[in-house]
Structures are given as C-alpha cells and as structure tokens.
Design a protein. Structure first.
Length: 211
C-alpha cells in the first residue's frame, strides 16, 4: 500500500515552542517509550545495516537480514503518537500543517517529502548509528527552545559535517530521490540548525504520514 511521508524541521520563537509543548512532547515521549524502541535502537547500534543496494539481492532464506532491516525501518518510521497528534486525530483543532509549518519560509525550515519512503530512515542509514546518536530527540522528532538549539549545535555539526570521502560514502547510502535543486537530508537539518541558533529561535522536528 502506498503512502507519503514528510520529515520537517521548523523554526519558532520560544513562546511558540512553549505553546506546542503540551501537545507534542507527550506524544514524542510516548513514541520513545514504545516497548520495542530501545531494542530496535540497540540492535541497529550493535550491527548497522550493509549497503542498501545489496538488500534487493537478499533471498527469502535471509531471514535474519530481513528481520534487521524491518527492525530498522520500524525504528525510523514516524511514531504512532506523533503521527496521530500531527494529523489532528487527537485534537481536530490542531494539525502540523496549520499550527507548526504554516508561515515558515525557506530559510527557517527544512522539509523532505517522499512517496513510499521515510526521510529519517535514509538519513540514519547514510550516517550510521554513531552520528545519529548525536542528534537530539528521538529518530527525527524533537522540540527545543533557543537555548537548547544553541547547546546542541556542536553535536549536530559533528553528526552532519563530513570529509569529502565521508560525504561520498553517505551520499551513496541516501536512497531518496530528489528533484533538481532539492535539499537533501544530509544538508537541510544542519542549515536550519545553524540559522535558528544565529537568530535565537527554537526548533520543532516531526516525521509524519501526510497521505
């Protein structure tokens, strides 16, 4: 069955972050507390996945490999609680489009929308678990005030700054298809983080199904 997903990082004043907190933080914490969340993260950290281009050559007998891939995909897919809140299922008066993303300009927001793919999955596979662990929040979801953005920026820079060889390796493992001039998951998050830190803004990261 097809689906469309979006991962977005948007910039907000501390007051907006405070207003969003009662709606989003409980959902983010609930997804983090999923009984399988830590198991899936530990499994990926202990044995990261091979080159994604080899996955399609796996046979039905490669059950362990398929199980590891499935576990990783479940780990990095949009969390159910955040998904429901952002879609307005919990409170019809709230939606991520109108209450989080509305009014954002290109400088203050990064968004990656894909059919039948998850942006966070591709990013995390491309950078690996050690770098992914440096990113705040849980698998692409976070809500940070301006002070937390400034404090976390050095870790995000370590996670998303590459030598030429590291950059080439990461790009080879980012399986997302981009249109011309579209910003990749390897570039957009750090750009928005630096901009928010410079402007004294907070950040909201959410991964959701949009169709």
């Amino acid at each position: 069955m097809g689906f469309t997903s979006a991962w977005a990082i948007s910039s907000h004043t501390d007051q907006v972050v405070t207003d969003l907190s009662p709606r989003l933080l409980p959902a983010m914490r609930a997804d983090r507390a999923h009984p399988d969340a830590e198991r899936r993260w530990s499994a990926w950290r202990e044995e990261s996945l091979p080159d994604f281009r080899t996955w399609y050559a796996l046979g039905r007998a490669d059950r362990d490999a398929w199980a590891a891939i499935g576990s990783f995909q479940d780990l990095t897919a949009p969390g159910r609680h955040v998904d429901e809140v952002c879609a307005g299922s919990v409170d019809p008066s709230f939606s991520v489009l109108d209450d989080v993303w509305e009014g954002q300009d290109e400088d203050s927001m990064f968004i990656s929308v894909h059919s039948k793919e998850y942006a966070v999955s591709s990013l995390f596979h491309a950078i690996g678990p050690a770098r992914a662990a440096l990113l705040p929040g849980w698998c692409g979801t976070f809500l940070l005030n301006a002070a937390q953005v400034r404090e976390s920026l050095p870790r995000v820079e370590r996670a998303l700054t590459f030598t030429p060889a590291e950059r080439a390796a990461a790009e080879a493992q980012d399986w997302l298809d981009y249109i011309k001039d579209e910003e990749s998951v390897l570039d957009g998050p750090l750009r928005v983080w630096r901009t928010a830190a410079r402007r004294g803004l907070g950040l909201c990261g959410v991964a959701v199904h949009v169709g």
